[in-house]
Design a protein around this ligand. Structure first.
Ligand SMILES: *[C@@H]1O[C@H](CO)[C@@H](O)[C@H](O)[C@H]1NC(C)=O
Ligand SMILES: *[C@@H]1O[C@H](CO)[C@@H](O)[C@H](O)[C@H]1NC(C)=O
Ligand SMILES: *[C@@H]1O[C@H](CO)[C@@H](O)[C@H](O)[C@H]1NC(C)=O
Ligand SMILES: *[C@@H]1O[C@H](CO)[C@@H](O)[C@H](O)[C@H]1NC(C)=O
Ligand SMILES: *[C@@H]1O[C@H](CO)[C@@H](O)[C@H](O)[C@H]1NC(C)=O
Ligand SMILES: *[C@@H]1O[C@H](CO)[C@@H](O)[C@H](O)[C@H]1NC(C)=O
Length: 601
């Protein structure tokens, strides 16, 4: 039984419809809230509740690993302003030797009490393996499990000179009581994918490894900070440089940069920030500024080599925390990383000198946590690889910003389109291959305020496409890989007077709809993942504490490739799962969808 009386809540809900004209003196803004004890729906048992992020099953889910290796066990209590947790990494001794067909990182977390969501990074030798965030606990306790395919980091797992590091800054005092207990294990699998009838080679997913098409890199070098406060760069303004000088081995034949990013503080909801003119004209006391457009960029020696508009992950305290129990938002437990193939730049990098790899955020304000891993494939037949960058074009950029407002009402639009194309050859002991990397992204963003700023509508559409084409010296196509992603987001927040007429409380009515649609093709092999969440509800808030509310979230996830299909639909209402169905049969509509996709690609 929910603690709040449902009938009363519904009654209040309707009464409120007549109170809309009540001006609230601040504009609605997505914010971060604490789902505090009084608001927690009292469940029929006081058993700890399981939280989850919907994901596609991994091929290894039903298999017993060849060996399991504990990476860390730690309880994160009052860790604020402290150094990260660090321990010596020892490679698994009871495992048969590599190569492993599959390595899965298994994180188990538990917490009880009151606590905000917290961000966390896990690194091995400074190489980030997982960016995750925590769920806000309840007094009776919650727990969850994150499983991530980490096969692409295999070259690290046999090394004896590395530390494992986990950063999770938490506050424990009289008010915030939740301690996060974390266990991380690596599971190593050795199986023959054909014999076990599992298509390991198509374990793609935005939220999993993206370069399943090839064997893990020989070497991984982090582009990261010193590690005293975690290995991420903490970016809090758009002008400073956050960089590291790195020397690339002279027999590198392929290089892919993997970017990890999360946003916090005044930029946690960057996609909803109004421009500074709106804030200053209305004299608003908010730091959530600089407009609603951000790009995380990568530079080598001061030249732009790529950028990403990140997927807007919403943490469990975000916008309306009741939406995210017990099913969290897309990516909240396993934030996406973004791959950029930098092979066309080897012509600049293979000169035996160190080069400056810089990361930054256009218009970014406090604060972003950003780092990257360089995955390097080496030429085992030579100590020197020759390379040339044939073509260097800086991106073509088209951007329009429109703003129109009167007092607290108005609308702000951003339309951006960025194209870039790079091309370079690499002559290894085996062959001379030319890699062409083409990327396009389009972003449309709208932030609109109505009703004296008490109603806010945020819409964002991001579309990205990246094509990597490899051709032989004689011009014959060797491989073509394409990643295409769209992520639409709509957030509507309406601020009303509180239920109790208490001037310190207010009511927020919120709708969120967001999705992640990705298509990946590698030669003829095609995969599509579609993941969507729609949430609606209200909450009564005092300061940042949720006092009461109702919520429902519906999510559907579908996955199709040429071997298999998977789909799952789940509905969570008022903290409980009310519907959950899944299927792994390929309906005719899913295969025709795939046919349609093949014909476009
Ligand atoms: C972590 O492992 C220890 C030892 O096996 C176990 O007692 C504890 O419950 C585990 N914690 C979590 C969060 O799974
Ligand atoms: C690993 O951590 C220990 C203890 O914090 C530190 O003394 C050592 O220098 C670290 N080693 C590496 C390779 O970072
Ligand atoms: C907006 O505020 C003005 C003046 O404060 C008031 O007259 C008007 O009724 C308000 N409009 C709405 C839709 O709340
Ligand atoms: C490799 O191939 C490219 C284009 O196909 C050519 O321009 C380049 O000179 C070749 N490099 C070597 C070392 O043969
Ligand atoms: C949220 O969505 C529901 C159902 O689609 C709709 O009735 C309601 O008006 C929406 N709320 C807001 C604040 O737009
Ligand atoms: C997902 O993206 C693909 C490729 O752009 C597109 O064909 C498809 O219609 C999209 N699916 C949905 C449900 O939006």
């Amino acid at each position: 039984m929910p603690e709040i009386n449902q009938n009363d809540a519904v009654k209040f809900f309707f009464t409120l419809a007549f109170l809309t004209a009540t001006a609230v003196s601040f504009p609605s803004s997505p914010d971060r809230f604490l789902r505090s004890a009084p608001s927690t729906y009292l469940r029929s048992t006081d058993e700890p509740q399981e939280y989850e992020e919907l994901r596609r099953p991994l091929p290894s889910d039903q298999l017993t690993p060849s060996c399991s290796h504990v990476l860390l066990r730690h309880s994160f209590a009052n860790t604020i302003d402290g150094p990260p947790f660090t321990a010596r990494y020892t490679p698994p001794s009871d495992c048969t030797t590599p190569p492993w067909s599959y390595v899965v990182l298994d994180l188990r977390a538990a917490s009880s009490g009151d606590q905000y969501d917290r961000i966390s990074g896990l690194w091995l030798g400074g190489v980030e393996l997982l960016r995750t965030s925590t769920a806000e606990p309840s007094p009776s306790g919650i727990f969850w499990n994150v499983r991530k395919d980490v096969t692409r980091y295999s070259s690290l797992f046999m090394r004896t000179d590395l530390n494992v590091t986990m950063m999770l800054e938490n506050i424990v005092n009289d008010v915030y009581t939740g301690i996060y207990h974390i266990n991380v294990t690596l599971n190593f699998y050795k199986f023959n994918p054909i014999a076990s009838n599992l298509e390991v080679n198509s374990r793609l997913g935005f939220l999993e490894s993206q370069r399943s098409d090839q064997t893990p890199a020989d070497l991984i070098i982090p582009v990261c900070d010193g590690g005293n406060r975690g290995f991420w760069f903490m970016i809090d303004n758009p002008t400073e440089t956050y960089s590291k000088r790195i020397q690339i081995p002279s027999n590198t034949r392929q290089i892919v940069l993997e970017l990890y990013v999360s946003f916090h503080g005044n930029d946690e909801f960057w996609y909803s920030n109004p421009p500074n003119s709106y804030i200053s004209t209305n004299n608003l006391a908010t730091g959530r500024s600089n407009g609603a457009y951000r790009e995380v960029f990568v530079k080598i020696d001061g030249r732009y080599v790529g950028s990403e508009v990140p997927f807007p992950v919403i943490f469990t305290g975000g916008i309306n925390p009741l939406f995210w129990e017990p099913v969290v938002a897309i990516g909240a437990f396993n934030l996406p990383s973004y791959d950029m193939d930098l092979t066309p730049f080897l012509g600049l990098l293979l000169d035996g000198k160190s080069h400056e790899f810089a990361l930054g955020v256009n218009d970014g304000i406090s604060y972003w946590l950003v780092d990257a891993n360089l995955h390097l494939w080496l030429d085992h037949g030579s100590s020197n690889v020759e390379a040339g960058s044939r073509l260097y074009d800086s991106p073509s950029r088209h951007m329009v910003r429109e703003e129109e407002f009167e007092q607290l009402d108005g609308s702000f639009r951003v339309e951006a389109e960025v194209h870039s194309e790079y091309d370079g050859w690499v002559r290894s002991s085996k062959d001379n291959l030319t890699t062409m990397v083409k990327s396009i992204f389009k972003v449309g963003s709208l932030v609109r305020f109505e009703e004296n700023g008490t109603y806010k509508r945020v819409e964002q559409r991001v579309q990205t496409k990246r094509i990597v084409e490899v051709t032989s010296e004689s011009g014959i196509p060797v491989n073509r890989v394409m990643y295409q992603r769209t992520y639409p987001l709509t957030v509507i927040t309406s601020t009303r007077r509180g239920l109790t007429n208490d001037k310190d409380t207010y009511m927020l009515l919120t709708n969120i709809s967001h999705a992640l649609n990705e298509t990946h093709s590698d030669g003829e092999a095609l995969t599509q993942v579609y993941n969507r969440q729609d949430s609606e509800g209200w909450m009564e808030v005092e300061d940042h504490n949720v006092l009461a509310g109702e919520s429902s979230t519906r999510q559907s996830l579908s996955y199709i490739n040429e071997f298999s299909c998977y789909s799952r639909t789940i509905i969570a209402a008022n903290g409980e799962i009310t519907q959950d169905s899944s299927s792994d049969s390929c309906t005719s509509s899913s295969s025709s969808e795939l046919d349609r996709l093949s014909s476009v690609s």
